[in-house]
Design a protein around this ligand. Structure first.
Ligand SMILES: [Cu+2]
Length: 463
């Protein structure tokens, strides 16, 4: 138990399959730990009932051992160092080397024993969100069980009674422990064909989470209640979130759980989906309606499902525009329409790094080489085949390709649009002249710019 094993995703299934001696079965299962924030390939079950595994975005599935018909997992609650995106690492709390913890995958009817070892500096518990289980296994510290003291291991044991998508998280000093990143995903697969659970070729899952980490620092501020500044999927921010890579005409399910303190309208481009279920279970066919955005409220899970029948690189993101940005100074006045010509150069003689934010909108931020504090992500970032993507936070792409092989989750690169299918610059005629809106225009074709004094305002209330 003291030995820390680090496995690449590919090596994990070998661990799950390894035979375990009889004496060892009486002992705690060796904890499996992960040192990478990359998306691990699906973990195909080598023991227990068969199922079609999920792929955890920038995460992994925890291997188990079978012990006399019981599926045994070992979770270790501990401080971890998580890469949020290349260029930024955060000191979080999580499980088995990462935050969020590994995904637990079981099959309807499985008897499951979960050992939880506490290596945090304070007590903890785990609540198995959405599960049907005996009351004493529900994990609310003080209510259902004594807290798990520092250094101790508790065992939870129950039968995974209903198939569906669930989560796990502490129910002990919750504001601290969830603000620090303690959470994980749980999928119970159906034991056979289920009338309301469709078979899909790609089954993704991830958790929405959020942190408040000051630019230049690495530890979340745990007393923050609403004004978080780092919006993440599985503790990753764009461009650190992997793309969802699928084959043309694959059926795709994306299971999304929300353990932040605000709602997230999840929006997919280029396709319609139906929500096929929640943490309450699969939804009846009669309530499944076409959508392109579905709101995932706090403490909820939603699973959009669709046919990926349009090739391309399709944006998939939270529709709150400040959730697709990385941390920034909040008390920046709006400078749109203010003419700074000449002024910047004068100030730069005194303050070499001085720059004006947002004189023509914020788009300049996407390409500016702005001096940033160490361990800080640019506010609007990521580069696509045509330049800066100007996104951060809760954003990634769904990549649909004819040539993507079944079972291949690798990134196919950027989409090559067929000739004649991309927006293009109109070259045949000069642009029409616009009448001046205020009648005080400076000439034909030039819209009037009205100069206004812009007062610095703070906007602390985002939600
Ligand atoms: Cu959001």
């Amino acid at each position: 138990m003291n030995r820390r094993n680090f496995f690449s995703g590919a090596a994990l299934s070998a661990v799950a399959a390894a035979s375990v001696g009889k004496a060892a079965l009486a002992a705690l299962p060796e904890p499996v730990l992960m040192d990478s924030a990359a998306t691990a390939p699906p973990l195909y079950p080598e023991t227990g009932r068969p199922y079609n595994p999920v792929v955890t975005l920038n995460g992994w599935t925890l291997p188990w051992r079978m012990n006399q018909g019981v599926k045994e997992f070992h979770l270790v609650a501990e401080p971890v160092l998580r890469e949020i995106a290349p260029g930024m690492k955060a000191h979080l709390w999580g499980y088995n080397g990462q935050s969020p913890g590994p995904t637990i995958e079981v099959v309807e009817g499985d008897r499951v024993r979960l050992f939880v070892t506490n290596r945090l500096p304070e007590h903890t518990t785990i609540h198995w969100h959405g599960q049907r289980l005996p009351n004493g296994m529900d994990g609310v510290g003080g209510l259902n069980q004594p807290q798990i003291p520092v250094g101790k291991t508790f065992a939870y044991e129950f039968v995974a009674r209903r198939p569906g998508t669930f989560m796990y998280h502490p129910h002990a000093d919750e504001m601290t422990q969830m603000a620090m990143g303690m959470m994980g995903f749980w999928v119970t697969h159906p034991k056979g064909r289920h009338p309301l659970i469709g078979e899909v070729q790609r089954d993704f899952c991830f958790l929405l989470n959020a942190f408040d980490i000051e630019p230049g620092s690495a530890t979340p501020k745990i007393n923050t209640m609403l004004d978080f500044n780092l919006w993440t999927w599985n503790s990753r921010a764009f461009p650190g979130i992997d793309s969802l890579n699928v084959r043309l005409n694959d059926k795709v399910r994306i299971r999304v759980g929300n353990l932040t303190m605000t709602n997230h309208p999840m929006h997919l481009h280029g396709h319609e989906f139906v929500v096929s279920g929640s943490d309450g279970g699969p939804w009846p066919m009669g309530v499944r309606v076409p959508e392109v955005t579905t709101d995932v409220a706090v403490g909820q899970m939603r699973q959009p499902e669709f046919l990926a029948d349009e090739e391309g690189d399709w944006a998939f993101h939270c529709h709150k525009s400040h959730h697709t940005m990385n941390p920034m100074g909040h008390n920046v006045p709006t400078m749109i329409g203010v003419d700074h010509r000449g002024l910047v150069q004068k100030i730069q003689k005194l303050v070499p790094d001085y720059m004006v934010m947002g004189e023509r909108g914020m788009a300049d931020m996407g390409e500016m080489e702005m001096p940033l504090p160490e361990n800080t992500l640019p506010m609007m970032t990521g580069t696509g085949p045509y330049g800066p993507v100007e996104m951060g936070g809760m954003f990634t792409t769904l990549k649909v390709r004819k040539g993507q092989k079944p079972g291949d989750y690798g990134d196919p690169g950027w989409y090559q649009q067929p000739a004649g299918t991309q927006a293009y610059e109109w070259q045949d005629a000069p642009p029409p002249s616009f009448p001046s809106p205020s009648g005080r225009g400076q000439g034909e074709g030039v819209p009037a710019v009205e100069l206004k004094a812009v007062k610095p305002t703070s906007h602390q209330q985002h939600h």
